[in-house]
Write a protein that binds this ligand. Structure first.
Ligand SMILES: NC(=O)c1ccc[n+]([C@@H]2O[C@H](COP(=O)([O-])OP(=O)(O)OC[C@H]3O[C@@H](n4cnc5c(N)ncnc54)[C@H](OP(=O)(O)O)[C@@H]3O)[C@@H](O)[C@H]2O)c1
Length: 348
């Protein structure tokens, strides 16, 4: 392994805190800087996580020549701007999901990454965990026969939390919120990955058809709960349920010609247990529980270590998010939003 990767974080919000904790457990990376819109937030974050360089702006981070890699943990509408600025400053990038607001922005970001010769990965942490690779392997090897129906769910209910939920970036149109962008991006990314595995593709597939339904709230002007059905080649059909104001389950399932597979904890594997379990029910056979190492709760640390391992290659291999995969996911989210008539302010 090459020398330690020196990291900085842009933003001091919820997931920035998780990632700072994860980096402390990484053997490949050190967190040396944080940038915030406010020096006080930067300093408080630095004190809590032992970060030596606490900057009063994001620009200061990019001007620091010692920084190799930047974790962009900003609201969705800022991913393009700061991703491009990181690329131009020759910093490798781990960018929070969804990569940008839409497919057109994703093309701009990937062009900047490519022309500046830096690494970039969209931070779908579940893709970096061995449970996802194992699920791909099972589907690819025909454990449930020909895949016919896929189901993915991811939701939570913000109305049970303290404070006004409409102040959260997840329920605000002006920053690219909504349940499709926040958690629908996971659900469709898993369907696309598993449909690709089912058809022996090297990577993911895009659906041939998408039909969506959603409830769009008056206050935030984004979808608060949403459904989509997707048709992939070979008539593999997927059914996706997500929500920010309704705690639907967190599960991935696939039914095939010769059985059924369930991943009970698809999005946050290894957070609290020693191992994860994939349930496999082959037709006419005993139910199997396939154990996957949980990686000691290092879900977010895996992302940092993957960047360290592949930073000279520009991107990480599938099932981590490749550039093409991110482009396909953003195009799918665009089509889902189009089918429910959701446009972001900055797209008008
Ligand atoms: N992979 C995961 O598990 C996961 C989980 C949660 C969120 N996410 C993604 O991570 C990103 C951030 O989510 P979060 O939950 O961490 O959000 P958050 O708690 O609201 O934090 C976002 C941070 O961005 C900065 N910021 C800059 N401009 C802002 C603006 N106009 N409004 C609000 N904040 C602004 C703020 O930091 P400063 O004031 O310090 O500049 C703020 O603390 C999103 O893209 C989200 O989809 C990923």
């Amino acid at each position: 392994m090459s020398e330690t990767t020196k990291w900085a974080i842009l933003g001091t919000g919820m997931i920035a805190r998780t990632f700072a904790g994860a980096l402390a457990k990484s053997e490949t990376g050190d967190l040396i800087a944080v940038g915030s819109r406010a020096l006080a937030s930067s300093n408080a974050f630095g004190k809590e996580f032992g970060v030596p360089r606490c900057y009063p702006t994001y620009e200061h981070v990019l001007a620091d020549p010692d920084i190799d890699a930047v974790y962009i943990s900003l609201p969705n509408h800022l991913h393009l701007e700061w991703g491009v600025r990181c690329a131009k400053a020759k910093k490798h990038i781990l960018c929070e999901k969804p990569l940008t607001l839409n497919h057109s922005e994703a093309i701009s970001l990937i062009n900047a990454v490519r022309s500046n010769g830096v690494f970039m990965m969209e931070a779908f942490m579940y893709r970096c965990h061995p449970q996802t690779a194992k699920t791909v392997e099972l589907i690819r090897e025909g454990a449930i026969g020909d895949v016919r129906i896929i189901q993915a769910e991811f939701g939570y209910n913000m109305s049970g939390r303290a404070g006004d939920p409409y102040e959260n970036i997840r329920l605000r149109n002006d920053v690219g919120g909504g349940s499709i962008m926040d958690v629908g991006c996971y659900a469709v990314s898993a369907c696309r990955l598993m449909a690709g595995a089912a058809l022996q593709r090297d990577g993911t597939l895009e659906p041939e058809e998408i039909r969506g339904l959603a409830h769009i709230g008056d206050r935030g002007r984004v979808d608060e709960w949403a459904l989509a059905v997707l048709r992939f080649p070979n008539d593999i059909l997927a059914n996706v349920t997500v929500g920010s104001l309704v705690a639907v389950g967190t599960v991935f399932r696939a039914w095939g010609s010769e059985g059924f597979l369930e991943v009970p904890n698809p999005w946050f594997p290894g957070r609290a247990k020693e191992h994860e379990t994939i349930v496999l029910q082959r037709t006419g056979k005993e139910r199997e529980e396939i154990k996957v190492p949980a990686c000691n709760g290092l879900l977010y640390t895996l992302e940092a270590d993957i960047l360290a391992r592949h930073k000279q290659d520009g991107q990480a291999p599938s099932p981590c998010m490749t550039w093409n995969d991110s482009l396909g996911n953003m195009r799918t989210l665009d089509r889902w939003r189009e089918s429910i008539g959701l446009v972001f302010d900055s797209e008008k």
